[in-house]
Design a binder for this molecule. Structure first.
Ligand code: HEC
Length: 152
């Protein structure tokens, strides 16, 4: 399920979120799904992020190759608070306009599809990832559009 309103707000909040304090004491207690992490999130991170955020390179002091590492965050601390996708630096950087310098993955790299961004948002929000969305996110790992398509 695509949630345009959430994404639009996120885009507007992106610049602010980059500098927002990552941890909020009043954040609701949300437990993120481990099974969704291993089944849906980890394959996306492995394919698109771990080359720079894993055992070989640890850019921004951030590793994304295990749930513990993802939760720990990077040089700026945790890059999201469960249940608060609106304040997440990780999501802000993934949802940035392709022209923005802070975009993740960097713009020369294969970009995330809309479905892949949406599953990250949904997982961090603490909601179960709908099966159809999970499928299109994973299909996008198989048939990645050309970089030019992703950057239009
Ligand atoms: C080609 C290498 C490369 C890839 C692939 C890549 N990154 Fe990065 N990332 C970097 C570099 C370099 C930095 C440190 C400089 C900066 O913050 O821009 C960084 C920093 C970050 C940070 C900030 C960490 C902190 O605490 O400051 C986040 C969050 C992040 N990346 C998320 C991701 C995600 C999510 C993906 C995959 C969807 C990804 N990156 C893929 C190179 C990469």
């Amino acid at each position: 399920m695509i949630r345009p309103a959430g994404i639009a707000c996120l885009a507007l909040a992106a610049a602010a979120a980059l500098s927002a304090p990552p941890a909020r004491k009043d954040a609701p207690k949300v437990t993120l799904s481990r099974s969704d992490f291993s089944a849906v999130i980890a394959p996306i991170l492995d394919a698109r992020c771990v080359s720079c955020h894993g055992p070989k390179k640890v850019k921004g002091k951030l590793r994304l190759d295990s749930l513990d590492a993802v939760m720990k965050g990077g040089k700026n601390g945790p890059s999201f608070v469960p249940g608060r996708p609106d304040t997440s630096m990780l999501l802000a950087r993934v949802f940035l306009h392709p022209g923005a310098g802070d975009l993740m993955p960097p713009k020369e790299e294969k970009q995330l599809t809309d479905a892949q961004k949406e599953v990250l948002y949904t997982w961090i929000e603490g909601r179960p990832i709908p099966a159809a969305l999970a499928k299109s996110a994973k299909d996008g790992l198989k048939a990645q559009p050309a970089k030019d398509d992703a950057n239009r």
